[in-house]
Design a protein around this ligand. Structure first.
Ligand code: UDP
Ligand code: MG
Length: 317
C-alpha cells in the first residue's frame, strides 16, 4: 500500500515555553508518524502542528528549525500572545487540516504509543477516541486526590466528563465540524467534546513524568481551569441558591409561627422579641428566594448567550 489514499492524520501540539522538549518530542512524534505511514495506516501527508501559545523562550525558532529539517512532517502555527492551553488547543482544532486530528501535550506525558490504537478505533467507526490514563502513579498525592474529588464534584453538578481523561484525544473531521458550532469563549474542551455525541470510545495508557522542562500549569491556573469546568457547564450552583432560599423561607415561616405561639400562649415572651426575630427570618428567606429566582434567569441567559447547538445530525437516510 502506498498510503496515498489513506487518511491524513495530524497531531495538534500546544506549546508554551517548550524549548527544552521540542527536539526530542519531534523525534518521537515524527518517528511514530513515519512508521504509521510505512504501514499504510495513515497518509504520507500526515504531520505535526505545533501551536506556539505566545512563548517567551525560543520555542518558535526551534519549531522553524525543526520545520526546515522535516518540512514534510513539521508545521507551526504561532499565536500572537499567550492565550492559555485550552485556547491554543482550540486554535489548532479549528485551523489544522486533515481527516483526523489528535491533540497531545508537547511534553509527551501521554503515551504516544497508543496513537495507532486510536486510529484503529477511528477506522472501526468512532468519531472521538479519548486517551484515558490507567493510573495516576506519576502524580503527587495532592494532585491525585484533588483530581478525583473534582471529577466527582463535576458529575454531581451534572457535568459529563470522562474520568482520568485530559486533552489527549482523537477527533474526526465530522466531530471537529460539530465542535465549530460551539462559539462559546469560556472553554473547557474535555467537557465540550462529550456534548458532541457520536460514537465514542477510549484507549488506556500509563502517564509518565515530564522528560524535560517544567509544568506550565501552576496551582493558580489549575484552580481557574477547574472553576471554568464548573461555571461553564453547570447552572446548578445558581439553583442551589434557589433551594437554599426555599428552605430559608420555610424555616422563617416555622420560626414566625413559633414566635407567635410563644408570645400569645406562654409567659416567656420578652416584649419586642417576636417583632425582631420574625422579620429577620422572613427577610432572610425572601432575599435568598429572590436571589434564587434571579439566578434561574441568569442561568437561562448564560445558556442562551453560549449559542450552543441543540442537536447535531449524524446521518440522514
Ligand atoms: N500550554 C500552552 N499554553 C499555556 C500553558 C500550557 O499551550 O499557557 C501547553 C504546554 O506547552 C503543554 C500543555 O499545554 O504542551 C500542557 O502543559 P503542562 O505539561 O505544563 O501541564 P501539566 O502536564 O503539568 O498539567
Ligand atoms: Mg505535562
Amino acid at each position: 500500500m502506498t498510503g496515498c489514499h489513506a487518511m491524513i492524520l495530524n497531531l495538534v501540539v500546544p506549546c508554551y515555553n517548550e524549548e527544552d522538549v521540542l527536539p526530542e518530542t519531534t523525534k518521537r512524534l515524527a518517528g511514530l508518524l513515519d512508521r504509521m505511514v510505512q504501514s499504510g495506516s495513515v497518509s504520507s501527508q500526515s504531520g505535526i502542528y505545533y501551536i506556539d501559545d505566545g512563548s517567551r523562550d525560543r520555542t518558535w525558532e526551534i519549531v522553524s528549525g525543526l520545520r526546515a529539517a522535516r518540512p514534510d512532517r513539521v508545521h507551526g502555527i504561532k499565536l500572537s500572545r499567550n492565550c492559555g492551553h485550552q485556547a491554543a488547543l482550540l486554535a489548532g482544532l479549528r485551523t489544522v487540516p486533515g481527516d483526523i486530528l489528535i491533540s497531545v501535550d508537547a511534553d509527551l506525558q501521554d503515551d504516544i504509543e497508543v496513537i495507532p490504537s486510536m486510529v484503529e478505533e477511528f477506522t472501526l467507526g468512532n468519531d472521538i477516541v479519548y486517551g484515558v490514563r490507567s493510573g495516576r502513579k506519576s502524580d503527587t498525592f495532592f494532585k491525585r486526590h484533588t483530581a478525583r474529588g473534582y471529577y466527582r464534584l463535576l458529575s454531581t453538578l451534572g457535568v459529563n466528563i470522562v474520568l482520568d481523561h485530559a486533552d489527549f484525544r482523537l477527533m474526526s473531521r465530522r466531530a471537529l465540524t460539530a465542535l465549530e458550532r460551539y462559539p462559546e469563549v469560556n472553554i473547557f474542551l474535555r467537557a465540550m467534546v462529550p456534548l458532541l455525541g457520536f460514537k465514542t470510545t477510549s484507549v488506556y495508557y500509563d502517564r509518565s513524568p515530564r522528560f524535560a522542562g517544567v509544568s506550565k500549569y501552576p496551582l493558580g491556573r489549575m484552580i481557574s481551569l477547574a472553576l471554568d469546568g464548573i461555571t461553564s457547564f453547570s447552572m446548578r450552583p445558581l439553583r442551589l441558591i434557589a433551594y437554599a432560599g426555599g428552605a430559608m423561607s420555610l424555616l422563617s415561616f416555622l420560626i414566625g409561627a413559633w414566635a407567635l405561639y410563644v408570645v400569645l400562649f406562654t409567659h416567656r415572651g420578652v416584649p419586642g422579641w417576636a417583632s425582631i426575630v420574625v422579620p429577620i427570618a422572613f427577610v432572610g428567606g425572601l432575599q435568598l428566594a429572590s436571589l434564587g429566582v434571579i439566578g434561574e434567569y441568569i442561568g437561562k441567559i448564560y445558556m442562551e448567550v453560549k449559542r450552543r447547538p441543540l442537536f447535531e445530525i449524524e446521518e440522514i437516510d
